[in-house]
Design a protein around this ligand. Sequence first.
Ligand code: C5P
Length: 233
Amino acid sequence: MPTSRIIVPLDYPSARLAEEFVARVSSRECALKVGKELFTAAGPALVSRLVDRGFRVFLDLKYHDIPNTVAQACKAAADLGVWLLNVHASGGRAMMTAAREALAAHPQRPLLIAVTVLTSLDDQALFELGIAEGAVRHAERLARLTSNCGLDGVVCSAWEAGSIKAAHGAGFLAVTPGIRLAEGNAHDQARIATPEAAVRAGADYLVIGRAITQAADPHAMLTGINTSIGTRE
Ligand code: C5P
């Protein structure tokens, strides 16, 4: 079935505010991302309600812990019926492998991707952590490790999607935030791309937040972007 490439982050402090937005969109036109703020406030019950309403849910909790703990957390997320979840690649090979193996036999196996280097960390911040090779090289290293561990892909900026696909294959998913409409507001994002440019660069799924959540008519905005970037089979 053709599916929308758009993932809308529910960056809201409560279930009520999140569900007010969700009532305005349909599961055919976007997936939804639940991150740490909303999950901490509203918990797994909200995730289950979104799944029950037919939405593909990206549970963006960026797990990073010892392998057994992360594996069990991934299994609990899969039991909620989420479509996509993520871990920190810097948790290492054993952690990512344990996560993948925990999901392998699940009847509704979610896609599992990794965060490489947080975009809030620059070369200087990494140096303070004992990482001297710089953010770009380090992100490439962690993407390679993620691919070697058999995960489904990474979160990356649209600017890196092309080189990641070239290095790890077309099937290795690139999920890209930092999307801005040509005429829109950049907000606090720096390395931005339009939806069309991100897909041209190789992005599989686009996390598009404020451009949709703050639009006067989110449904019309989704229709326009879906039409211009096309669906994913
Ligand atoms: O499109 P907008 O900037 O509003 O989207 C913000 C969302 O993208 C947030 O949920 C944030 O967690 C996510 N994100 C990001 N930058 C990253 C990774 C994720 O903005 N590097």
